[in-house]
Write a protein that binds this ligand. Structure first.
Ligand code: NAD
Ligand code: MG
Length: 388
């Protein structure tokens, strides 16, 4: 009889979180759930915790403690609330932790999971963008394992020969181009939140869907790739591939290119990280290339997607620039979703925050949070000028 692996899911009610739970539920003999966390969705969290028999469920919003406790009554599942309780849940021993909280808010629990030397499946790219050097140092210090879940990075992980990166000519991240790939700037000016979150290929949370529409998502992914696979920025490329079948590629010096392909379903990379180093069966549709027929490719357009150049510059400069980029972007995307900023204002706000605020590189997590807070304040001021 095989021993069940213990797993925790941070951000269990989101798009990646529910896909993760879907896979875990299909293999009840293989996994045992320790902790599930969510921000505000008490009903979704309590339901998932009951279905999966979690040890503990944690809601981020402290005021929702009583509601969660009541929803779990009689289940024997421990209830907790607040940011510190999420960090404590992430620090509980578990063989495998899914980091699927959105935004820099997910950084403290990811660090807690890394500090105990566990295996962390990382979807939460904003944490790595803001604090990449500190996170990678924590991985090395604690003998932790970081498995990329973002589909591009998971693809690269599967194709990359990590024993000799000098033989890698370049890593190519593919991008769908988002819903506005062919739109003119005039058309993009009037984009609504509903249009921006409707991704052509992937079903995802609101924030990453907007990032895909501005292509800031691909910019964040360049920075993410740089930390996960230590090659210089000059060896990281972006290729627009609207069908989202090839999830990324690695070119080697001998002229070989290795690619990972699959249906655009996040359960494919999540399953890879969950079963790693083995493989598990999933209900995902096998790729039918004869039915798809044609795969197309094009270069990204930096003029219509200025977020790409902002992210490239932040990556090249390093230090605190990626943290400022990420924080300002989180703020600008939230303002857009609340209809307080236009679609094209998002990159303009990030640009203004980067121009106005250039702090030294963070040396600690506290530094990252201070930079994050300050960059948000700069983004708020930029928001006032763009909408004025
Ligand atoms: P989502 O909005 O659907 O879910 C986010 C989850 O995080 C929810 O469970 C929510 O309760 C929790 N959360 C949000 N704010 C929180 C806070 N302040 N404190 C604690 N918990 C909080 O997002 P998603 O689409 O699942 O994305 C999650 C992460 O995975 C993001 O970083 C995203 O960039 C990355 N990612 C997502 C996809 C995808 O297909 N959805 C693909 C690649 C990478
Ligand atoms: Mg991705």
């Amino acid at each position: 009889m095989s021993v069940k692996r213990s797993v925790s899911v941070l951000g269990a009610t989101g798009s990646v979180g529910t896909s993760t739970l879907d896979l875990i539920e299909r293999a009840p003999d293989d996994y045992r759930v320790v902790a599930l966390t969510a921000h505000r969705d008490v009903a979704g969290l309590a339901d998932a915790a009951r279905r999966l028999g979690a040890e503990v469920a944690v809601i981020g919003e402290p005021g929702l403690y009583a509601a969660l406790r009541d929803a779990l009554e009689g289940s024997g599942i421990e209830a907790a609330a607040g940011g510190d309780a999420i960090v404590e849940a992430a620090a509980r021993p578990a063989d495998w932790t899914m980091a699927a909280i959105v935004g820099c808010a997910g950084l403290p629990p990811v660090m807690a999971a890394l500090e105990r030397g566990g295996t962390v499946a990382l979807a939460n790219k904003e944490a790595l963008v803001s604090a990449g050097a500190l996170m990678i140092a924590a991985v090395e210090r604690n003998g932790a394992t970081l498995l990329p879940v973002d589909s591009e990075h998971n693809a690269i992980f599967q194709c990359l020969d990590r024993t000799d990166l000098s033989r890698v000519r370049r890593i190519v991240l593919t991008a769908s181009g988002g819903p506005f790939r062919t739109w003119s700037p005039e058309q993009m000016r009037g984009v609504t939140p509903a249009e921006a979150v409707k991704h052509p290929n992937w079903s995802m949370g609101a924030k990453i869907s907007v990032d895909s529409a501005t292509m800031m998502n691909k910019g964040l992914e360049l920075i993410e790739a740089h930390h996960l696979f230590p090659v210089g920025p000059e060896r990281l490329d972006i290729l627009v591939h609207p069908q989202s079948v090839i999830h990324s590629m690695v070119d080697y010096v001998d002229g070989s290119t290795l690619a990972q392909l699959g249906s655009p379903d996040m359960r494919v990379p999540i399953a890879h990280a969950l079963a790693w180093p083995r493989r598990m069966e999933t209900p995902c549709r096998p790729l039918d290339l004869a039915a798809i027929g044609t795969l197309t490719f094009e270069a990204p357009d930096p003029a219509r997607f200025p977020a790409l150049a902002l992210a490239r510059a932040a990556l090249a400069a390093g230090g605190a620039r990626p943290a400022v980029l990420n924080a300002a972007n989180e703020r600008a995307v939230a303002a857009f979703l609340e209809r307080r900023a236009g679609f094209l204002d998002i990159a303009a706000i990030v640009d203004q925050a980067l121009c106005a605020y250039d702090p030294p590189a963070p040396a600690s997590l506290d530094d990252v949070f201070a930079i994050d807070a300050e960059a948000r304040a700069y983004a708020d001021r930029a928001l006032e000028t763009v909408i004025a």
